[in-house]
Design a protein around this ligand. Structure first.
Ligand SMILES: C[S@@+](CC[C@H](N)C(=O)[O-])C[C@H]1O[C@@H](n2cnc3c(N)ncnc32)[C@H](O)[C@@H]1O
Length: 265
């Protein structure tokens, strides 16, 4: 029986490597950073399998360092990004990376903060690492984002219809937007913006591909809260609920918080 994802278990080494970031994500982030990218130094903390480290490099950012507290994830990330000379990876904790401060133009933390209770420690480390005028981008789902109803594109919505225990889990681990914004201000960040994004997570030629992806719990830590029998019930429910069986475009609703480490505070 599986309960909760273990980022340090070798079985999960590929769980955050098999997708690629959709172009619409890169477009959104590019618009948030309307400056010359090639001299930028970026950090991707909680990088998992490096999907978004790669996306940052593909956007033209000169140097990207991925940091994760799991050696297992980093092993997958190194393989995933082996063609990229300007991406490196390092073992480290978001609370205390051990990296020099005032060094980075951009820090991305995508899908990290729902695994973190102490936002203050996480944001303080981000603040320390960034150069003055550096950008901090945090992307996660709020409880509201998670609980949007299921449909042919928002597959994740179906998880909660069938298993109320997952609603409890999601709403307790996800941070409300107001708490994130308040903590960013408290840490010293300024120019804080909140952006809502429906990010394309994956495209499947047919329903079987989607169901296989669900069965593998790939990149969906919430499914590690279900045992194998419950997962099969969910897969059947989704199979019956979808009105289409080909060309499925799966999207998730996210919130992006963008903040700046101001030169003067
Ligand atoms: C949901 S995955 C997201 C991976 C990647 N950012 C993405 O969006 O595909 C969360 C990642 O954060 C890492 N993580 C969780 N807590 C961490 C911490 N305190 N410090 C560093 N990494 C952490 C996990 O090992 C995992 O790789």
């Amino acid at each position: 029986m599986k309960v909760g994802i273990d980022f340090h278990n070798k079985e999960n080494s590929k769980t955050y490597t098999t997708r690629h970031a959709d172009n619409s994500w890169m477009e959104e982030v590019r618009q948030l950073l309307p400056m010359e990218k090639k001299h930028m130094k970026a950090l991707d903390i909680g990088c998992g399998g490096g999907i978004y480290s790669k996306a940052l490099a593909d956007m033209g950012i000169g140097s990207v360092k991925g940091v994760d507290f799991s050696e297992v994830m980093l092993e997958g990330a190194r393989k995933n990004c082996k063609e990229y000379k300007n991406i490196s990876f390092m073992h480290g904790n978001a609370f205390e990376t051990g990296l020099d401060g005032n060094e980075y133009d951009l820090l991305l933390e995508r899908a990290l903060i729902h695994h973190i209770q102490d936002l203050s420690a996480c944001f303080s480390e981000a603040y320390r690492l960034l150069k003055h005028d550096g950008f901090y981008i945090v992307q996660d789902r709020t409880p509201d984002d998670c609980l949007v109803k299921g449909d042919d594109t928002h597959i994740r919505g179906y998880f909660f219809e069938l298993f109320p225990k997952l609603v409890k889990k999601e709403t307790s681990r996800r941070h409300k937007s107001k708490s994130v914004i308040n903590m960013l201000y408290k840490t010293g960040f300024t120019n804080i913006k909140e952006i809502k994004l429906w990010e394309i997570r994956n495209e499947y030629d047919n329903k079987e591909q989607l169901l296989k992806d669900l069965r593998g719990r790939t990149g969906r830590s919430i499914l590690h809260e279900l045992d194998d029998e419950e997962l099969e019930l969910l897969i059947n429910h989704i199979d019956k609920s979808l009105s289409t069986s080909t060309n499925i475009v799966e999207k998730d609703r996210w919130t992006i918080w963008m903040a700046v480490k101001s030169a003067v505070i």
